[in-house]
Ligand binder design. Structure first.
Ligand code: DGL
Length: 239
């Protein structure tokens, strides 16, 4: 199958990585909109414009299915766009909510982007939710191991308070797991894992991965390498 995946930047690579492990023999086309990130503070109108361009590009590339590997677009726009393009579109939120329900998770806290938290999409299932505007800029600028990042993690966890389960409500946040686990014992839930267990993908014979980003620089290349290695070609493509 040919699977299209997109996000604002490198966050969706956490979803791609999971799918590559669970369904290795497929063709994957990834689009990270690094020119327009972060998505988490954009207006609904701007988010819709970004998603529209990317979905049309992936359809042009003849994908069979599109995975919105972005909590912000999933929580704000999925209902509006899921039937609009004549191609199957999957989001990260529906499978995550399914996971919460199926596992009867209680004592759930949410960390998400400002727009995801504003959407209230998780509110029914959570004790508390915290908007984390500092995380995506820190992650994208390669500062995951900085003191600044550690301080941000500590601050947001303090704000979230005690809970047994934390939904990493933005696909960038699994990249913070090594830092998060220093300061919380909660079970950290990765939306990529939730999506993967809901997908029914017929595998082919070989793997092909193409990574497109709307802005490529050395920091991005290094981030990509740290997440999924350097064997996949990175192409710059402005939509
Ligand atoms: N990784 C995305 C999300 O899951 C987008 C984050 C951003 O660009 O602010 O929300």
């Amino acid at each position: 199958m040919k699977i299209g995946i997109f996000d604002s930047g490198i966050g969706g690579l956490t979803v791609l990585k999971r799918l590559l492990t669970d369904f290795p023999l497929n063709e994957y086309i990834y689009f990270g909109d690094t020119l327009n990130l972060p998505y988490g503070t954009k207006s609904l109108e701007d988010l819709e414009k970004c998603a529209d361009k990317i979905i049309k590009f992936l359809i042009f590339e003849k994908v069979d299915i599109i995975v919105i590997a972005c909590g912000t677009i999933s929580s704000n726009l999925y209902d509006k766009i899921k039937d609009k393009y004549g191609v199957k579109i999957i989001d990260v939120l529906t499978p995550t909510i399914k996971f919460i329900k199926e596992n009867n998770l209680e004592s759930v806290g949410i960390l998400g982007t400002p727009m995801t938290i504003k959407s209230k999409a998780f509110d029914k299932y959570a004790l508390n939710s915290v908007s984390c505007p500092l995380f995506v800029p820190l992650i994208e600028s390669g500062k995951v191991n900085s003191k600044e990042c550690e301080d941000a993690v500590k601050g947001y966890l303090r704000e979230l308070g005690d809970c047994d389960n934390i939904i990493l409500g933005c696909t960038h946040y699994p990249l913070l797991i090594p830092v998060l686990t220093k300061y919380t014992k909660a079970n950290l839930i990765d939306m990529g894992m939730c999506v993967s267990r809901c997908l029914d993908i017929q595998s082919g014979k070989e793997q092909k991965v193409t990574l497109y980003f709307s802005k490529v620089n050395d920091i991005l290349k290094n981030n990509v390498k740290n997440i999924i290695g350097d064997k996949y070609e990175i192409k710059e493509k402005v939509l």
